[in-house]
Design a protein around this ligand. Structure first.
Ligand SMILES: C[S@@+](CC[C@H](N)C(=O)[O-])C[C@H]1O[C@@H](n2cnc3c(N)ncnc32)[C@H](O)[C@@H]1O
Length: 425
């Protein structure tokens, strides 16, 4: 039977919220199995990411019309339909409602008729009410942002900047590409103002184009492309990339190498495979060796003074990626931040022992919280007197804070990102 786009979106949403699946992985998995057109795949993707990003707000819209909480799948179907009514201008409201009633009826042989009537009544009451034009007073609901993250943002950035960050997370993500072959022409893109290697586009499926498959460009956020230029590479260096998968920065660093070489670590075989695939597509496999290893065991494995350069692109809360991966916001607990701080410090401490004298080490994350950024580097410097911080400069001075690159998502519409640089004396 032909795949129904809305049913597919509903299946993915139920997978995310009932089975704790990652939005991008579940979406990929379901879309690959489907026979949907490219257009319908885009529709499903927009629906899933939209509903995930606005879950609390969508439930706030339906709440006044519910006597008691509906079953989770039915609430999700309401969310899916309200998202189309409120945010998808091109979808006629009548089509959204009719499709929702059909999906409810088909969901279950015994109660389908009742579920269909229920959803029809709720949606029609919503359409007749003034509530659909209202907005909630709290940021928690307006931006569907859990209190834990909101409190942390307000504490660190103050109310005004937090408001700006939240607004910016509501906007559509850019697509950002790293140009590998400078002769390639990529229609629909404009140059980045942050880095010479990047071009950006409002949207587009650049991963299916021939030039991508031929390794002439790759997909990498502008902020992530700021790392390799900080490594001070002349071409001959022995580099350790301690947390390397899927290899965005590994392959970028490889473009600087002549006789140099990168050892790329990660914890999982399937992730090492991604680095290898990316390296092959980009024609830099001969510069990279992957190895399954816990980065807290670098010193025990490689010994002292082994590498000229080390990159610790650490595991982090990923809060800087919320615009592109909206489900990240629902996966955080307070203890995560302390645990991450500890592991980040542990990786830095261990890897730093394998760096040669005068070697450069970079620490980077895709989070905006001090606990995982400035606090980690301060704790590292306090206990490693043989290391000094190297002040980073950039022509866009506003992306530098205390000698580090620190980008929050509202500044240049990139991911939130942090880069610190050290030298071993
Ligand atoms: C931020 S991602 C790295 C992104 C990558 N550098 C890039 O640019 O494509 C962090 C990676 O660290 C890996 N990781 C987490 N803990 C690790 C550990 N203890 N040792 C090595 N890798 C680890 C994760 O599996 C994940 O792939």
């Amino acid at each position: 039977m032909k795949t129904n786009a809305r049913q597919l979106a509903l299946d993915v949403l139920n997978d995310i919220f009932s089975n704790d699946a990652y939005a991008n992985l579940s979406l990929d998995h379901h879309l690959k199995k489907s026979d949907l057109s490219v257009r319908d795949k885009s529709f499903v993707t927009a629906l899933v990411y939209g509903v995930v990003a606005k879950k609390e707000l969508l439930e706030w819209y339906s709440a006044p019309f519910l006597k008691k909480a509906p079953q989770p799948w039915l609430q999700m179907l309401l969310n899916l339909t309200l998202y189309q009514i409120q945010w998808m201008d091109k979808v006629p409201t009548s089509a959204a409602v009719d499709e929702a009633v059909k999906l409810a009826k088909n969901h279950d042989k015994h109660n389908g008729e009742t579920a269909g009537k229920f959803i029809n009544a709720v949606l029609r009451n919503f359409m007749r009410s003034e509530h659909r034009f209202e907005l909630p007073k709290t940021w928690e609901i307006k931006y569907s942002m859990p209190k834990l993250l909101l409190d942390k943002m307000v504490k660190q950035f103050g109310g005004k900047r937090t408001g700006e960050i939240l607004e910016s997370l509501e906007e559509k993500s850019h697509v950002s590409l790293r140009v590998i072959d400078p002769t390639v022409e990529i229609a629909g893109t404009i140059p980045s103002v942050l880095t010479k290697t990047a071009v950006i586009a409002d949207s587009g499926n650049f991963a299916e184009k021939a030039a991508f498959l031929e390794g002439k460009y790759t997909i990498q956020d502008e902020s992530s492309q700021l790392v390799a230029p900080q490594m001070e590479l002349s071409g001959t260096e022995e580099i350790l990339d301690a947390c390397a998968a899927p290899g965005g920065k590994t392959t970028h660093m490889a473009t600087y190498l002549t006789t140099g070489h990168i050892t790329a670590l990660d914890l999982y075989d399937h992730k090492l495979k991604l680095i290898e695939e990316n390296a092959k597509r980009q024609g830099v496999s001969d510069k990279i060796t992957t190895k399954k290893l816990d980065a807290t065991k670098v010193y025990e494995t490689f010994g002292p003074e082994r590498f000229d350069r080390i990159l610790v692109d650490a595991p982090c809360s990923g809060v800087g990626l919320i615009r592109r991966k909206p489900d990240i916001r629902y996966r955080k607990e307070s203890s995560d931040f302390t645990q991450l701080h500890d592991i980040q410090l542990k990786i830095l401490d261990n890897a730093s022992k394998s760096l040669k004298k005068n070697g450069i080490m970079i620490y980077s994350t895709c989070t905006i919280f001090d606990e995982e950024n400035f606090d980690v580097i301060q704790a590292f410097l306090a206990t490693h007197k043989d290391f000094e911080q190297v002040t980073i400069s950039h022509e866009k001075n506003d992306i530098i804070t205390a000698g580090c690159i620190f980008l929050t998502p509202e500044m240049y519409h990139t991911d939130g990102f942090f880069v610190a640089k050290f030298r071993k004396n």
